[in-house]
Structures are given as structure tokens and as C-alpha cells.
Design a protein around this ligand. Structure first.
Ligand code: HPA
Length: 288
């Protein structure tokens, strides 16, 4: 029996989706962003923007989660051209890990060099408060899935990619510096990705703390792996929308997650706006 090949055709499909997106705009973004639950407003403020519903992009998965609009916006944040995924799909919606990673691969084929992944997360580290913005230093993959499973397509990247530097240190330093300037407490942490969609039990949160996690969420890991596989650099920022299960004596509610996202939105957009030109500069310098 041959192994089931879920990566078949990923490269040509990403290639044609990328060509389609680029045919809709004159901009050639080198930075891509993925906006998480309740964090979509950043894309509303871009200038010279074209908005492409995921349904129009060949092979693109469509998101069903509440609070995820589902369009790719190419536009300018200040002077910096960006490609923004306003909404993402999750494993818990029933998408395959390849579908979840597909948009990031499209960004890669569009010529994007740096991806900024954002998400809503539960705070495991009790030094974080609700609404904290945390730069992801590393991750633990407990989703039981990996977008690189199956035959490797060498045009995307190597069979066994290194994950020692999944989240670019330089980008994290930039984000921490810009956070400080904006009076946002500079925080870093380890994100653990779970399948969801049920939130964790208090016992699971105690376990996750023991194994070194500061934040817990249901996204980001497949996208970060696919981005690194393709040689893109990754900055990932979590918004602590709630303290993880069992930390406070109260149940978790999805509404709370969305509300906190909205409340922190202004700070979050300000941080992204400050970080973008500096990352653009880093990309330019790396090409010299
Ligand atoms: N757990 C998992 N994912 C999440 C949480 C959480 O507490 N909050 C936002 N996303």
C-alpha cells in the first residue's frame, strides 16, 4: 500500500492561487499577515486595498468560524504593501492540515518573505492578564498533525526542516521594542497548539504549564511550520483573550474571546503598524 499523499498538487495549486491574487493588484507585498479571532479590523484600515473573498481564490479554504470574515486583503499599511488574511480556517472546523496551511503557501508563492501570524489565546502563564499581547518565542505542537506529512515537494522546502528558529528572534526583538514604545508590556511566551474546539480542562492546563507552555490556542502551528518549510520568517503574536481554564473560578466563553480581541484591537493595530516598516527594512537589508 502506498501512503496517502495529501500534499499532491499543493505546489501548482498554491502557484495558481498566487498568480490569481497578484492579477488583482499592482502591489507586490513581501509581508503577509494572518489575523485571528476578533483581530480582523487591521485589514479595514489599509489603503489602495483590494479585497478578495476566499471563495474567489482557486483552491482556497473558506472559513466558518464566528468572527472570521474570510477575505484576502492586499493593500498598504502606511508605505508598506501587505497581504492580509482576514480570517483563517482551523483544524477544528474539519479542514485538513494541508487546507489550513494552504493560504500561507500561497503567500509564499506570491513572494512574501515574512509572515505575521496573530491569534487569540488562553493565558496559562499567570503573569499575563486578560488582554495582554504576547510575542510567541516557540511552540509546542499538540495538534497531532503536521502540514508536511506526505511526499515532500522539494519546490516548497526540505523533507526535514529545522525548527530551532521557528519564530525569528530579530522580529521578536523589534516587536518587543515597539511594544515598549507604545506602553504595551513587552511579553514573550511559548504557545501550545491544541486541536480544539472544546476548551481545555483545568487538569490539561496544569499539564500544559508543566511542559512549558505560556499560552494555549487552536491555530498558528500549521501555518508557522508551512512558512518555515518555505524559508519565510515568522513573527507570531497572541492576544490573551482569557485566562486559561481553571485559573479563574469561572467558565470560558467564546464571546469573551471576541470581546477581549475587540477591546485590545486599537493597541494591537498600533503595534502591527509600528512593526511593519521595521520588518520591511529587515527584508530589504537581507536582500542587499
Ligand atoms: N484555549 C484555547 N484556545 C483559545 C483560548 C483558550 O483558552 N482562548 C482563545 N483561544
Amino acid at each position: 500500500m502506498k501512503p496517502r499523499d495529501t500534499t499532491q498538487d499543493v505546489f501548482p495549486r498554491a502557484e495558481s492561487a498566487a498568480a490569481f491574487v497578484l492579477s488583482q493588484t499592482k502591489l507586490r507585498p513581501q509581508i503577509g499577515l494572518v489575523l485571528g479571532s476578533g483581530l480582523g479590523a487591521f485589514a479595514d484600515e489599509l489603503t489602495k486595498a483590494v479585497r478578495i473573498p476566499y471563495a474567489q481564490i482557486p483552491s482556497f479554504p473558506r472559513s466558518t468560524a464566528i468572527g472570521h470574515a474570510g477575505q484576502l486583503v492586499v493593500g498598504k499599511a502606511g508605505d508598506v504593501p501587505v497581504a492580509v488574511m482576514q480570517g483563517r480556517v482551523h483544524l477544528y472546523e474539519g479542514y485538513s492540515v494541508n487546507e489550513v496551511a494552504f493560504p500561507v503557501r500561497v503567500l509564499g508563492r506570491m513572494g512574501v518573505r515574512a509572515v505575521i501570524l496573530t491569534n487569540a489565546a488562553g493565558g496559562i502563564n499567570t503573569e499575563y492578564g486578560q488582554g495582554a499581547l504576547v510575542m510567541i518565542r516557540d511552540h509546542i505542537n499538540l495538534q497531532g498533525q503536521n502540514p508536511l506529512v506526505g511526499a515532500n515537494d522539494d519546490r516548497l522546502g526540505p523533507r526535514f526542516p529545522d525548527m530551532s528558529y521557528t519564530y525569528a528572534k530579530r522580529y521578536r526583538e523589534i516587536a518587543l521594542e515597539e511594544a515598549k514604545k507604545l506602553s504595551i508590556p513587552p511579553r514573550e511566551g511559548v504557545y501550545v497548539g491544541l486541536l480544539g474546539p472544546s476548551y481545555e480542562t483545568p487538569a490539561e492546563i496544569r499539564y500544559l504549564r508543566t511542559i512549558g507552555a505560556d499560552l494555549v490556542g487552536m491555530s498558528t502551528v500549521p501555518e508557522a511550520i508551512a512558512a518555515r518549510h518555505m524559508g519565510m520568517n515568522v513573527l507570531a503574536i497572541s492576544c490573551v483573550t482569557n485566562m486559561a481554564a481553571g485559573i479563574l473560578d469561572q467558565p470560558l466563553a467564546h464571546e469573551e474571546v471576541l470581546d477581549t480581541g475587540r477591546r485590545v484591537m486599537g493597541q494591537f493595530v498600533a503595534l502591527l503598524r509600528a512593526v511593519l516598516p521595521r520588518i520591511a527594512k529587515e527584508i530589504a537589508a537581507s536582500r542587499e
